[in-house]
Design a protein around this ligand. Structure first.
Ligand SMILES: C[S@@+](CC[C@H](N)C(=O)[O-])C[C@H]1O[C@@H](n2cnc3c(N)ncnc32)[C@H](O)[C@@H]1O
Length: 194
């Protein structure tokens, strides 16, 4: 079995056995006023779909993809109960290419595949917004992946998405009073120039 297959099976089994509450990413919760009032949004590698639910509640038509069928089933159920327009689909986002210039908003939280970065930027419509949040290597806490390959190097989100215009970037790393501030994650909001 490949490492990728065993990772997939771990996610599927985690979603089948755990009771999880969808949580929107901090960057989206804190900066949701930047969202457009309408348009097409994507929650990429959505898990339980906290980002998708927030964006749909704000009036966006949301697509949500994850390869774990159990998470997608859960999101479909929640969207239907709340009457929210979310198209939740089982999809391996690394295997199936993203469509070009399709989304007004893309949110990626706690998922990092560097090979997908050009396709994510290209899937934004001109003027579209990317919200990105994931774990950094310079961390205070112990949550998140133990494999450093799945954590960001200092300033890495800025380098990965250098072609986009930065609207907001935060990475407090280990500076100052580490009891305060935004630790363990880096967050980026950026736009594809029109
Ligand atoms: C740490 S979880 C984050 C979920 C969600 N974005 C959040 O912030 O709660 C990572 C997610 O990536 C999904 N994932 C990993 N590789 C994937 C792939 N190749 N295609 C689709 N989903 C993938 C997993 O199933 C899992 O739901």
């Amino acid at each position: 079995m490949t490492e990728e297959t065993s990772r997939y099976l771990r996610w599927e089994s985690r979603y089948r056995t755990a009771e999880g509450e969808p949580q929107p990413a901090r960057v989206l919760r804190e900066l949701d006023f930047l969202l457009p009032q309408q348009g097409q949004a994507l929650d990429l590698a959505c898990g339980y779909g906290g980002n998708a639910l927030l964006m749909a509640a704000q009036g966006l038509a949301v697509t949500a993809w994850d390869y774990a069928g159990a998470a997608i089933e859960d999101l479909r159920e929640r969207a239907s109960v709340r009457g929210l327009p979310i198209r939740a689909e089982v999809r391996d986002v690394c295997a199936k290419p993203l469509p070009s210039e399709t989304f007004d908003v893309i949110v990626v939280s706690f998922f990092l595949d560097r090979g997908l970065v050009p396709a994510i930027a290209d899937a934004l419509r001109p003027g579209g917004l990317l919200f990105y949040e994931t774990f950094v290597r310079e961390a205070v806490g112990t949550s998140g992946p133990t494999n450093p390959d799945f954590r960001l190097m200092p300033g890495e989100l800025l380098r990965l998405f250098a072609e986009l215009r930065v609207i907001d970037y935060r990475e407090h790393a280990l500076f100052g009073d580490t009891e305060q501030g935004q630790r363990d994650i880096a967050t980026l909001v950026a736009t594809r120039q029109a």
